[in-house]
Design a protein around this ligand. Structure first.
Ligand code: ARG
Length: 253
């Protein structure tokens, strides 16, 4: 009897494994909830950062939790790194990009996005004694950015695609450090994140410069192109959170 049971268990496990390999179907929890992995780059407070216990926290995590609750799914947030959010979605190890990702036409060719949940723009951040007052003042100067972000794009757009004076880093804190130690004249990055950095680092004498050359941006959650099922879950969830006021509560708007 015992032997027979083991055999059946092994068969069932193999079948489950084959099913999991063969399709893009999400796993389920013991209580039948679909499990999704949300990838992020967690050095981007207030949207995503790590707490002392090593958990991802912040606005995107809170929205993912609230959508999970509204929609009866389970979303696990993982700090995979910025480029790996994009590669992971293509490769199938990440289901959702939840990383303060700006919806751009270029990205929309390869991924699908939810409805926007936050409006942003780029800012220039410099040391407070800097004489830079506009984007144009950065001509011929070295700028640091987080690689492959809209800040990076804005720098290229302003000073040319092949500009050797753009120093691009894996994460924003490294780009800011480079400016602080004097290796670059300025950093270009998302406004809310720069303001949060300044709030959290009052000892680092910084000032921001706004410039009308920077366009308005919208953050969205990103999924594999054509993953309509997941996109609908996220959009329905966002709609509910918008209607019941939770989204505004979480984003502080
Ligand atoms: N909004 C910008 C972009 O989409 C920067 C996002 C960076 N996010 C992060 N978690 N580091 O390009």
């Amino acid at each position: 009897m015992k032997k027979g049971f083991k055999w059946v268990t092994a068969l069932a496990a193999t079948a489950a494994l084959l099913a999991a390999c063969g399709t893009d179907e999400a796993e389920t929890t013991a209580d039948g909830k679909k499990v999704y992995v949300a990838g992020t780059e967690a050095t981007f407070a207030p949207f995503e950062y790590m707490d002392e216990k090593g958990n991802v926290v912040g606005i995107d995590k809170e929205i993912m939790d609230a959508i999970s609750e509204e929609m009866g799914v389970s979303i696990e947030m993982k700090n995979v790194g910025w480029d790996s959010v994009f590669e992971g979605i293509k490769g199938g190890t990440v289901d959702i990009g939840a990383s303060a990702i700006t919806i751009t036409e270029k990205r929309q060719q390869d991924y699908d996005f939810t409805t926007p949940y936050f409006e942003a723009t780029q800012l220039i951040v410099v040391k407070s004694d800097s004489d830079i007052t506009s984007l144009a003042d950065l001509e011929g100067k070295k700028v640091s950015v987080q690689i492959n972000t809209t800040g990076h794009e804005a720098a290229k757009k302003a000073f040319g695609e092949m500009n050797p004076d753009i120093a691009a880093f894996e994460n924003l804190p490294s780009a800011i450090m480079e400016m602080l130690n004097g290796s670059t004249a300025a950093t270009i990055a998302d406004n809310a994140v720069v303001y949060e950095y300044m709030k959290n680092n009052p000892d680092k004498d910084l000032k921001v410069i706004e410039d009308t050359a920077f366009e308005k941006e919208q953050y969205g959650f990103m999924v594999k192109k054509g993953n309509e099922e997941l996109l609908n879950i996220l959009n329905d969830g966002l709609e509910k959170l918008d209607a019941n006021g939770k989204l505004a509560e979480i984003t502080g708007l």
